[in-house]
Design a binder for this molecule. Structure first.
Ligand code: PMM
Length: 410
């Protein structure tokens, strides 16, 4: 049977006096270490240690003070063989914690706060989490055109900067930054659009734990800890959408939810052959590399339409397609045989437009989607057909129809 997708669980250990949901409880190193051990026993794969709160209005911390808080904890956890990530925006802290045994540097500014951060990570050889945010004050600037695409675009720039600084792509983990400069609706849209971030090709970490947008799912005024069931649910959804890891406060509830997902998917695999999102998370390198191909403005002449003169004289049609593809083989082999050849696709689309006439551009769009989905790597296709010379009796700009189609499981 196929290897199953196993989502890693990162347990949050805030060694801070002022973090928003568990601030103050683990500021003593001994209590923090005991809590980390408890989270490991509950199934945490990684402990994410933070010494500085990202809560709006929290006091910025001197890196030396941050290190004094967290280094004893990092050292002890690493000594016990616990995998440690450290949540910091400071390059000097990144260097110190990796020297103390941390494996991952989790920077909520993706290297933008400290200009030396990416070089420091590159030097240490650690893995890095590049998270989407718009500056340290997470409440500002929440305007997006399309939140998932905007986050993808921003993270693509940060990946390029990290790679330019000498961090290999295999060491990069991406995080869309739930709750950071995002309104409630944006967070739900981001969860639904997680595939956009995954299309960049790195494993994705999702941190919804106890965040404000989950507050709408529980009674008004309920304390942050009462958002743990909602956290387990959103973490499960993130896992289902392909997240490699989730970052949570209450490890036990999310581990149970994810184990239920794994068991169900095993059963699905037994029934149907393979689940469609089969990903081996233990080896990040073997995750499917998703990519989006956009081909726009393909022009062709056709005889589609309801009116006799449209059938007789024909007219120009313009086609835009957006494909989500599995580019794993293409990227591994750097070979066009592993992807969709866009030149050939454009010719196939033009030939379909020039082919048998139909009455409706809806029908034509559906045929064009069939052409796209006939390529085995395509997982999802959106096809728009424009009819700029349509017989409309008043001046108009454009008329178009879009269809969205998902490939059947292969
Ligand atoms: N959220 C917080 C802090 N650090 N790091 C990552 N990578 N992703 C997150 O979503 C994230 C983070 C918010 O504060 P908390 O530690 O109290 O959850």
């Amino acid at each position: 049977m196929a290897e199953q997708h196993r989502v890693e669980v990162w347990g949050i250990l805030n060694v801070t006096p002022d973090s928003f949901s568990d601030g103050g409880r683990y500021v003593d190193a001994g209590a923090a270490i005991a809590h980390a051990r408890r989270m490991r026993a509950q199934g945490a794969d990684v402990i994410d240690v933070g010494g500085e709160s990202t809560r709006p209005g929290a006091t910025p911390l001197d890196p030396a003070e941050e290190q004094a808080r967290i280094l004893p904890v990092v050292r002890e956890l690493a000594r016990e063989g616990i995998r440690v990530s450290v949540d910091t925006v400071h390059a000097s802290t990144a260097r110190a914690v990796v020297a103390a045994g941390a494996e991952i540097v989790n920077d909520v500014t993706a290297g933008e706060h400290d200009p030396d951060m990416l070089a420091a990570v590159a030097e240490t050889g650690a893995r890095v989490v590049l998270m989407h945010s718009r500056g340290i004050d997470v409440t500002l600037d929440t305007e997006y055109d399309d939140v998932a695409r905007d986050v993808r675009r921003h993270l693509k720039g940060r990946v390029d900067a990290a790679v330019a600084a000498g961090i290999p792509l295999e060491r990069i983990i991406l995080d869309p930054g739930f709750g950071f400069s995002k309104g409630a609706d944006d967070n739900w849209r981001l969860l639904a659009g997680l595939g956009e971030v995954q299309s960049l090709g790195a494993p994705v970490l999702v941190g919804t734990s106890r965040k404000r947008f989950l507050g709408e799912l529980v009674p008004d005024g309920a304390p942050a800890a009462e958002r743990d069931a909602a956290t387990a649910a959103t973490s499960l959804l993130a896992g289902q959408f392909g997240a490699a890891a989730v970052r949570v406060h209450d490890v036990a509830s999310t581990v149970a939810a994810l184990r239920a997902l794994e068991r169900t998917n095993q059963a699905v695999a037994e029934r149907a052959g393979e689940p469609d999102w089969r990903i081996d998370l233990d080896a990040a390198a073997s995750q499917p590399r998703l990519a989006a191909i956009e081909l726009t403005g393909v022009r062709a002449f056709g005889h589609h339409g309801v009116l006799p003169e449209e059938r007789r004289d024909g007219q120009a049609f313009v086609v835009d397609v957006r494909l989500e593809i599995d580019a794993t083989d293409a990227i591994r082999d750097d070979d066009v045989a592993g992807t969709v050849h866009y030149g050939e696709l454009a010719e196939q689309l033009a030939a379909t437009v020039a082919g048998d006439p139909v009455d409706l551009i809806e029908t034509l769009a559906e045929r064009l989607a069939d052409v796209c989905l006939s390529h085995p790597r395509v997982r999802h296709a959106s096809v728009t057909v424009h009819k700029p010379s349509a017989p409309i009796g008043v001046p108009f700009g454009d008329v178009a129809v879009t269809v969205h189609r998902r490939a059947r499981r292969r």
